[in-house]
Design a binder for this molecule. Structure first.
Ligand code: CAA
Length: 258
């Protein structure tokens, strides 16, 4: 299926999605987000795909929600149209891991999109920020909620209240990104990470994503209980038998995603 705002390819068991509105620094128009959700849902349902990589271009991962589009909106447009909720919230339902590979600007909705992914790998020239305050709005796609969980209350306040950008080094120090790589190696590193994840058992990697995400939604004791039950569940899989048998046989495992 042809898309107008994204480029999609499959590399072995990894779905690669490139945001592709370079003329607007990959600003997240409704059309772009609709296409993104559609393809993520398609990959999520595809047995052959284990993991997705989301990348922009050298200048921008995404410079935020589309400002010309929003400039025309009235309160009734955003309320009745359920702006952001209608499509963005579906991201949370994707069960396979998504790696955000961020070069250049990840601002506003772009930073929020990266934070909604599961692993964030940053190029050394990446810049993160929540500049919505400069437009007379607040972050609307999870910025005020995910940022303090990812960094700290003080840094989240600093970023959202001043609208300043932080560079990749600061973002790594703050815990927003899992690692920083040279800009010219970003895609290679993200794909290598995705291929590594893709080499493991599909139900097990989905359970890990679900269990880690549960940490954000529940108390520690409930979370530990949830993890324990999923851990028990892995013993019902053929891949647990294979993984442990392979270790004992001193050979690489051959998982069958069952
Ligand atoms: N929406 C639509 N178009 C955008 C855009 C956005 N968020 N950000 C940049 N563009 C467009 C510019 O209008 C410009 O288009 P033209 O060439 O047609 O004029 C093109 O992309 C290149 O941008 P600049 O010329 O501004 O490039 P620059 O290198 O001088 O500056 C920048 C780069 C600092 C990222 C600057 O473009 C900028 O500040 N962008 C806005 C960032 C922003 O405020 N993001 C938050 C949006 S609100 C939001 O995201 C709400 C939410 O929570 C979901």
């Amino acid at each position: 299926m042809p898309y107008e705002n994204i480029l999609v390819e499959e590399r072995e068991r990894v779905g690669l999605i490139r945001l592709n509105r370079p003329q607007a620094l990959n600003a997240l128009s409704d059309e772009l987000v609709d296409e993104l959700i559609l393809v993520l849902e398609r990959f999520d349902a595809d047995e052959r795909i284990q993991c997705m990589v989301l990348i922009g271009n050298e200048k921008a991962f995404a410079a935020g929600a589309d400002i010309p589009m929003m400039a025309k909106f009235s309160y009734m447009d955003v309320y009745k149209g359920n702006f952001l909720t209608r499509n963005w919230d579906k991201l949370r339902l994707i069960r396979k891991p998504i790696i955000a590979a961020v070069a250049g600007y990840a601002l506003g909705g772009g930073c929020e999109l990266a934070m909604a992914c599961d692993v964030v790998i940053a190029a050394d020239d990446a810049k993160f920020g929540q500049p919505e305050i400069k437009l007379g709005i607040i972050p609307g796609a999870g910025g005020t909620q995910r940022l303090p969980r990812a960094v700290s209350k003080s840094k989240a306040m600093d970023l959202c209240l001043t609208g300043r950008m932080m560079d990749a080094e600061e973002a790594e120090r703050a815990g927003l990104v899992s690692r920083v790589v040279p800009a010219n190696q970003l895609l290679e590193e993200a794909m290598a990470t995705a291929q590594k994840i893709a080499s493991f058992s599909q139900p097990v990697l989905m359970m890990i994503k679900e269990s880690i995400n549960t940490a954000y939604e529940t108390t520690l004791s409930e979370g530990i209980h949830f993890e324990r039950r999923l851990f028990h569940t892995t013993f019902a899989t053929e891949d647990q038998k294979e993984g442990m048998r392979a270790f004992l046989d001193k050979r690489p495992p051959s998982f069958i995603d069952r």
